[in-house]
Design a protein around this ligand. Structure first.
Ligand code: CO
Length: 222
């Protein structure tokens, strides 16, 4: 177990190693970021973002919360997506779930979880949407794994529902939205191969927000 004090010793060591490899390492980092990936994952301490992808500081814009939820009225995740798409112009948005997710497990139980209820409802809604498929799965374990995958799929759809993603994709061909599951037991990343183009088309039949509206400040400039 790492003590509080040791963290600062670790940091000193890390700075030393980085500078030994490249004396300008931190100067370069300070110049700015230009990541191609937005990663939306779970807060679970076992599921890191950069480390499991083999990525370095500056390469991934990261958002994490309990059970990798992309909630329509969550100002935090919506701000992250908008900034990543409009300003950073990321090429890929990844929603990464993981097997053995405590948030999904909690949502599968018939219990009042207090303040967590509205958050877990996002996952219970996924369960309800896919109830027909889930109810015929024999074991609780298999059901648990499948709900984790379905939750990732639904959160990808929530990313695609945003105006920023639709508008940017129609004008530049990016970002592409991907769904992954990290298997804690093997360390492997599994690509759920979500057919992005097809999903975008389906979503736009109902949630078509791709057109840019005229902002008042645009009129003033005319
Ligand atoms: Co989790």
């Amino acid at each position: 177990m790492t003590t509080y004090k040791e963290i600062f010793e670790n940091n000193k060591q890390w700075v030393k190693e980085k500078l030994a490899a490249d004396t300008n390492y931190f100067d370069k980092l300070a110049e700015g970021q230009d990541p191609d990936f937005l990663y939306i994952g779970c807060s679970d301490s076992r599921v890191t973002a950069e480390e499991l992808m083999g990525m370095k500081p500056g390469e991934v814009f990261v958002h994490r919360n309990i059970a990798n939820i992309v909630g329509n009225n969550d100002l935090n995740v919506m701000s992250v997506i908008n900034y990543a798409v409009d300003q950073l112009k990321v090429k890929h948005i990844v929603v990464c779930g993981h097997y053995y997710c405590g948030g999904v497990k909690a949502a599968m139980q018939s219990r009042d979880m207090g303040i967590l209820n509205p958050w877990l409802r996002n996952i219970r809604d996924v369960y309800r949407l896919h109830h027909a498929e889930l109810k015929v799965i024999d074991t609780e374990d298999a059901k648990y794994r499948r709900l984790i995958e379905l939750n990732v799929q639904e959160q990808c759809l929530n990313v695609i529902k945003t105006a920023a993603v639709q508008r940017q994709y129609l004008s530049s061909g990016f970002p592409i939205v991907h769904g992954w599951v990290f298997d804690i037991k093997t360390g492997k990343l599994i690509d759920l191969n979500i057919p992005f183009e097809q999903r975008l088309k389906e979503i736009q039949e109902v949630y078509d927000l791709g057109k840019q509206i005229n902002k008042p400040c645009d009129d003033e400039n005319k």
